[in-house]
Design a binder for this molecule. Structure first.
Ligand SMILES: Cc1cc2nc3c(=O)[nH]c(=O)nc-3n(C[C@H](O)[C@H](O)[C@H](O)COP(=O)(O)OP(=O)(O)OC[C@H]3O[C@@H](n4cnc5c(N)ncnc54)[C@H](O)[C@@H]3O)c2cc1C
Ligand code: SF4
Ligand code: SF4
Length: 1012
């Protein structure tokens, strides 16, 4: 039985009082103080971890004004705050032990656009891709790019002065900020924009913090201008944090205080709104992928490509390329970066051209390709080939791969994981190749593994050396490499933080700025935040304060992970390996990635949140002396004894009376998961929540009783065949209001699906009956034409007509289909964490299916979510005992068959199941090819999760979220095309459409059957 866990559950009294006072003062935002909520923001993508005391999620600027004003009162003047957006920082920028103020959940509205004057005004929590999706119909985009564009916020971008691909042409975030609205720690609202210097001088007279700030910045930036100009490298990525130089224009007639705030890493105040310059989307784009025999060749060739007037030049090494080959992303890009026969591609430069004029782009491309052809013919410069594309979707796919590179690097096997700490160096581009050679020599001297990519046009290199920080010696190595990289970048005229900001690297600030300028920085910090209360320790501390800067040696995640035994870490690697890059926060509503995160906007309900909670739970159970793996073994082998059940009754009673246990918080996050497995397919590290969730549920229920609905769901494969013996009676009962109400109240189950009438056996009789002996004696000709249809509980008992149609289709195609007897698959048991039962079910099914595999006949299944369990969960549960049986999905098999022409043409829209799309990314393309083979048109529609996911949508506690998910990305295409024109591959999804729209759409096989 798992122990009760109560880590730091009691809150600091000051924080409790502050929370109460906030509500009394009219604050409307969320206040989260649970251990789980605090843990969810205790990490970013860095090596560090800091547990805050609370998380405040304001809804309005007024909320921030209330918060900061209240924090001025003597009772609360000790509380400190750190602003947070997407939490995608790579160096702990938003981490704090104080109070997190997260602007991403609510303050994410686009407020105003002025197309004529080319600007947009947004709240700080707006996500960069969200903004660009909004701007696209107007023909504009927000130009500074970053790899985390689908989850990083404008507030975060402003505060790290983010930039990325194309920065030579498109600049950094600071180049596009027209105005900022910032709430200062004293409750004043500071509005900044470019103005005449005399106006700034006028503002400097104001008798408040705003006046004080203007006075100090004017003094520091004007009086020390010669030192400032002399100090900073003349680089595109000159520096981040308090941009002393660009506050003024060249002749000092214009002044822009926003330049101090951009890149300030939340250390000066809370940015609530930004007015941003927007850029027209180039009409013509071309991407040339140039392939090299070595990474060094790719780097040395970059200046030539920049000189060839490219808009941007990006590079990746062979390591990144090879990792991409093993990822879901590869199927989208493989035709654009084909291998070159006889040579190994070791480096790739992605060269982009943008233009308003087609002729312009064509001239440039013609000149470049002529040069490339000559170079390839001469076998010089290490160029082995190139490919180009004008297709903007294809270009988007290539960049998506490049953007995923960091995540992919994180998916390295073994204890040493690629880490961010020197990952964004910038040197003058002409020094890059030599710098990298020396950097490589440094890493090679420590025998470290690493992959490299970067923005070679701007001299920015991304590298994450692989270290195991659980080994104290390697933690020391991190410090030593870090120091050496600072020296190396200085030697090549660059700087260590060329893109991502300083965070815990702030300790290098004094040496970089020099004492004189660093003192000015501190005076500016003091003018904004005299008592060091906003993101303390980052960038600099206020002048005259004895507070310390955060350091590279700050507390790391590894300090916590070291407490978990290696065997447990290895066993739960699908949660431990999450590196916090935040890809699972993907805002895009039509992407399958994490529906629960999208619908709740609660970080606990994301794959990262769940992985972090699991990690902490494993640490705490270990510290409580509990051996998780041994206990799992016991649970796998034994049922609970009477004594244990009695203990569970007592514990469950205590829980209902409010007895605290961290396990309840973990449970809450796990219960919100739809078990859709999008994370397992799309997370670059392959964090697989359903697999560790099932294990957690089993462990949790060794201490607490299960709800009745778990037993209903877990046993559905056993009860459905029984209920299907009297389907009319069962349906009659289920349709009674009092039964529905009783089911909802007693077991929390709603909209229970009705059984098929007539049943499958009534529909197909004995026509396709299974006879093993007969199958074993098939002639070669009969064998050729025989296929086996594997039943699943959902289609067979709730959608029998689909199974009957599948059998008819196979017959129509000239095959002799055999309907295998129904055998439980075990998925519902797995989802609810009945792992002992699941192992038995899987073992029985695997034995049967292996027996059939010996017949060497195709075995086909209809519902992907069940068929995929044979491939993944069976492997995990049974190991080698799983055998080698292979159940194909119908479309996988159909793709290899000769198909007749359709009788008439028809057009359909395909809405594919999210589990299927993420595990089998070729699904939509395969169905499309099958349809086009027979002369039908099928267009895939991008949709996320439908909100049903097995039984999730039928649980009363999830009903609201289930409907909201459907509305998010399904309702529109369903209404646009109509249920007769959409084809839906998932049983759950078809049921959800029926439940929320009224009509049940067809499976693609039914459209094929009708057309052939
Ligand atoms: C895989 C990966 C790739 C990356 N690639 C790039 C890249 O190409 N280019 C790039 O520039 N960066 C990159 N980054 C770094 C990171 O994504 C950027 O720094 C991003 O701008 C951070 O945005 P965020 O919303 O996640 O901010 P957070 O990480 O939440 O915060 C970043 C900093 O901004 C402050 N902050 C956030 N919101 C506010 C606000 N409203 N008011 C005041 N302060 C605030 C925080 O206190 C913190 O100091 C990458 C990170 C990862 C994990
Ligand atoms: S779960 Fe995966 S995608 Fe999400 S933060 Fe962790 S590693 Fe990144
Ligand atoms: S299974 Fe689906 S809902 Fe659960 S964490 Fe993964 S993506 Fe999110």
């Amino acid at each position: 039985m798992i122990p009760k866990l109560t880590p730091e559950l009691a809150l600091d009294a000051g924080i409790v009082a502050f929370s109460k006072a906030l509500i009394a003062a009219g604050y409307t935002g969320d206040i989260e103080t649970s251990y789980a909520s605090r843990l969810a923001v205790a990490t970013d993508n860095s090596v560090y971890q800091a547990l805050p005391q609370a998380v405040l999620l304001p809804k309005t600027t007024d909320d921030l004004v209330i918060l900061t004003s209240l924090a001025q009162t003597s009772s609360f003047s000790h509380i400190k705050f750190s602003p947070r957006g997407g939490g995608t920082g790579t160096n702990g920028q938003s981490l704090t032990e104080h109070v997190v103020v997260d602007l991403s959940r609510h303050m994410n509205n686009i407020l105003e656009i002025n197309v004529e004057k080319r600007w947009v005004r947004v709240q700080a929590g707006v996500i960069k891709d969200q903004l660009n999706a909004f701007l696209k119909p107007y023909g504009f985009f927000f130009a500074p790019d970053l790899s985390t564009s689908n989850r990083a916020t404008i507030g975060g971008m402003v505060n790290t002065d983010a930039s990325g691909q194309g920065s030579l042409v498109y600049g950094k975030t600071s180049d596009h900020v027209l105005a900022l609205k910032t709430v200062l720690i004293d409750g004043n609202v500071l509005k900044t924009h470019k103005m005449a210097t005399f106006e700034a001088e006028h503002r400097a007279q104001m008798p408040n913090s705003v006046g004080r700030i203007y006075r100090q910045v004017l003094d520091s930036c004007r009086d020390f201008r010669p030192q400032i100009l002399a100090k900073f490298p003349r680089l595109n990525r000159f520096l981040t944090g308090y941009d002393l130089e660009h506050v003024f224009n060249d002749d000092l007639t214009e002044f822009d205080l926003s330049r101090i705030i951009t890149g300030s890493e939340g250390s000066l105040g809370f940015v609530v709104e930004a007015k941003l310059n927007i850029t027209p989307i180039a009409k013509y784009k071309c991407l040339v992928n140039v392939k090299y025999d070595s990474f060094a060749s790719a780097l040395r060739n970059a200046p030539f490509l920049v000189a060839a007037q490219a808009t941007s030049v990006e590079t990746v090494d062979s390591k990144v390329l090879n990792l991409a080959r093993g990822d879901i992303i590869w199927h989208q890009v493989k035709d654009l970066i084909t291998d070159v026969a006889g040579t190994e591609m070791q480096g790739l430069n992605m060269v982009e051209y943008n233009s308003e004029q087609q002729s312009d782009i064509e001239e440039k491309i013609a000149a470049l390709t002529a040069r490339l052809d000559n170079t390839i013919a001469d076998k010089t410069d290490g160029i082995i080939g190139y490919q180009l594309t004008y297709d903007t979707t294809a270009i988007g796919h290539i960049y998506a791969m490049r953007k995923k590179a960091v995540g992919l690097l994180g998916n390295t096997k073994g204890a040493q994981k690629p880490l961010a700490f020197a990952e964004d160096t910038a040197v003058p581009p002409e020094n890059l190749a030599d710098f990298i050679m020396e950097f490589r020599a440094l890493l090679d001297s420590h025998n470290l593994n690493y992959g490299m990519f970067g923005h070679v046009d701007a001299g920015v290199l991304h590298v994450r050396p692989a270290l195991d920080l659980c080994d104290p010696e390697q933690e020391k190595l991190l410090r030593s490499i870090s120091d050496q990289v600072v020296t190396l970048t200085a030697k090549y005229g660059g700087l260590m933080w060329g893109e991502h900001g300083k965070g815990y690297r702030s300790e290098y600030g004094p040496a970089f700025f020099g004492e004189e300028l660093f003192t000015e920085l501190r005076k500016i910090k003091a003018a904004f935040d005299p008592r060091n209360r906003v993101n303390p320790g980052k960038i600099c501390t206020p002048f005259n304060s004895a507070d310390k800067l955060v350091s590279v040696d700050g507390q790391k995640r590894a300090w916590f992970d070291r407490q978990i035994p290696v065997a447990v870490k290895d066993s739960f690697d699908s949660s431990l390996n999450c590196n916090g890059n935040g890809l699972c926060f993907n805002y895009e509503e039509s992407s399958p990635m994490c529906p629960s995160s999208k619908v709740t906007k609660d970080r606990r309900h994301s794959p990262k949140g769940r992985a972090g909670l699991m990690r902490e739970w494993l640490r705490l159970t270990e510290n409580a002396g509990y051996d998780v793996l041994a206990q799992e073994q016991v649970l796998q082998e034994n049922r609970s004894s009477f004594k244990e059940v009695w203990e569970k009754v007592k514990n469950t009673l205590a829980k209902s009376q409010g007895d605290a246990d961290f396990s309840h918080e973990v449970m809450e996050a796990m219960e919100g998961c739809l078990a859709c497995k999008a994370c397992a397919g799309q997370c670059p590290i392959k964090v697989d929540v359903p697999s560790f969730r099932a294990r957690f549920l089993q462990l949790y229920h060794s201490r607490y009783l299960r709800p009745a609905k778990d037993y209903i769901v877990g046993n559905i494969e056993r009860t459905a065949p029984l209920l299907a013996k009297a389907p009319r009676l069962v349906n009659f009962m289920l349709k009674r209001k009092f039964v529905a109400s009783m089911l909802e109240k007693s077991v929390g189950y709603v909209d229970t699906p009705l059984l098929s009438v007539p049943t499958l056996s009534q529909q197909v009789g004995k026509r396709y009956a299974f006879d093993l002996a007969a199958l074993q004696q098939l002639s070669a000709a009969q064998h050729e034409k025989t296929v086996l249809l594997v039943q699943d509980p959902f289609t067979s008992f709730y959608e029998a007509e689909l199974v009957a149609d599948a059998l008819s289709l196979l017959t129509k195609l000239g095959f002799n289909p055999i309907l295998l007897p129904f055998l439980p698959n075990g998925k519902p048991q797995h989802v609810k964490g009945f792992l002992r039962d699941f192992a038995r079910t899987a073992s029985t099914a695997a034995q049967f299916l292996n027996q059939l595999q010996a017949l060497d006949l195709p075995m086909l299944g209809l519902d992907a979510s069940l068929v995929l369990v044979y491939r993944d969960e069976y492997n995990k549960a049974l190991g080698s005992a799983r055998g080698d049986f292979n159940v194909q999905l119908l479309h996988e098999w159909l793709a290899g068959q000769t198909l007749p022409n359709a009788q008439q043409s028809a057009e359909y829209a395909l809405l594919a199941h999210c589990t299927e799309k993420t595990a089998l990314p070729a699904t939509e393309k395969t169905w499309q090819t099958i349809f086009s083979k027979v002369g039908l048109t099928l267009k895939p529609v991008s949709v996320g999760c439908c909100g049903m996911a097995g039984t999730y949508g039928h649980e009363a506690q999830n009903l609201e979220n289930s409907k909201a998910l459907f509305d998010m990305s399904w309702r529109k295409p369903v209404e646009q095309f109509g249920t007769e024109q959409i084809l839906v591959t998932g049983f759950s999804c078809r049921s959800q459409v029926k439940r929320l729209v009224g009509d049940k759409p067809l499976h693609p096989l039914q459209a094929l059957l009708a057309a052939l």
